[in-house]
Design a protein around this ligand. Structure first.
Ligand code: 6PG
Length: 245
């Protein structure tokens, strides 16, 4: 694991750096394997980044025609619900960029249960990665080019909350998780740690001084921190970056 922590003066500087990094990784992966698989994070922090990507110069710089969008986690709510991560990304980004809709792979929360939504999303991943990246089939795990993650005040990331049974999952790629002790108190669907840790690149976007001690504990002493904070269990085979403001 190769970890880098970057502190920024303000949110705009962080978002510009994140947008530049996403463009660089997109160009590199389109060149090396003909596509770019990006898993978006939910919550508030990345929304300004999504708005940045929807505007010049990134609107024209990113190879949208070769990009496939996914989500690292989703709330088990309808697509038109205010807590939907997919709806938030559609509003801030997807409606403005020339990304073919078949390349937007959201968690199908219209499924009858959260478990069914998780199973359907996992099937979608298996189908996509078997076609676009046969090595994933061999690895028994999808290899995302970039996964964006946030950090909760309790050290959760994606929808992997402290003491969650999902933290020890080693086989499933996607799980439905219980209602968390944090808002929004709805069931979630989340990528599991084997998938997150198989990524070529993971980028945490963290805003707010209250989270600085968490970032320091997790990035400097992950083996100790992982007892308390799920985010400390993110130890990708690829590059791990923390962008903090
Ligand atoms: C979600 C996110 C979640 C989020 C953290 C941080 O669906 O809510 O995936 O993991 O990233 O809770 O959220 P903020 O960026 O809003 O602080």
């Amino acid at each position: 694991m190769n970890t880098e922590v970057q502190r920024f003066e303000d949110v705009q500087e962080l978002n510009t750096a994140a947008a530049e990094l996403i463009c660089q990784l997109a160009a590199l992966n389109v060149k090396t394997h003909g596509g770019f698989t990006l898993a978006l994070s939910g919550g508030q922090t990345p929304r300004r980044l999504y708005e940045t990507l929807a505007r010049s110069p990134y609107l024209h710089a990113l190879p949208w025609e070769a990009t496939h969008l996914f989500w690292g986690d989703e709330r088990y709510v309808p697509l038109d619900h205010p807590d939907s991560n997919a709806a938030a990304a559609a509003q801030a980004l997807i409606q403005y960029v020339p990304l073919p809709l078949p390349q937007v792979h959201r968690v199908p929360t219209e499924a009858a249960t959260a478990e069914a939504a998780a199973e359907a999303y996992e099937s979608l991943l298996r189908e996509h990665f078997a076609v676009f990246d046969p090595s994933s089939e061999l690895l028994q795990c999808p290899v995302f080019d970039l996964i964006l993650l946030g950090l909760g005040q309790d050290g959760h990331t994606a929808s992997l909350f402290p003491d969650s049974p999902a933290l020890t999952e080693q086989t499933r790629w996607v799980l439905a998780t219980p209602v968390p002790p944090l808002e929004p108190r709805v069931r979630r669907i989340t990528l599991t740690l084997p998938v997150i840790n198989a990524a070529k690149n993971v980028l945490f976007l963290v805003a707010g001084a209250a989270k600085y001690p968490l970032v320091q504990a997790i990035s400097e002493h992950p083996d100790e921190a992982e007892r308390l904070y799920p985010a400390a269990r993110v130890k990708p085979t690829g590059k791990l970056r923390w962008f903090v403001v």
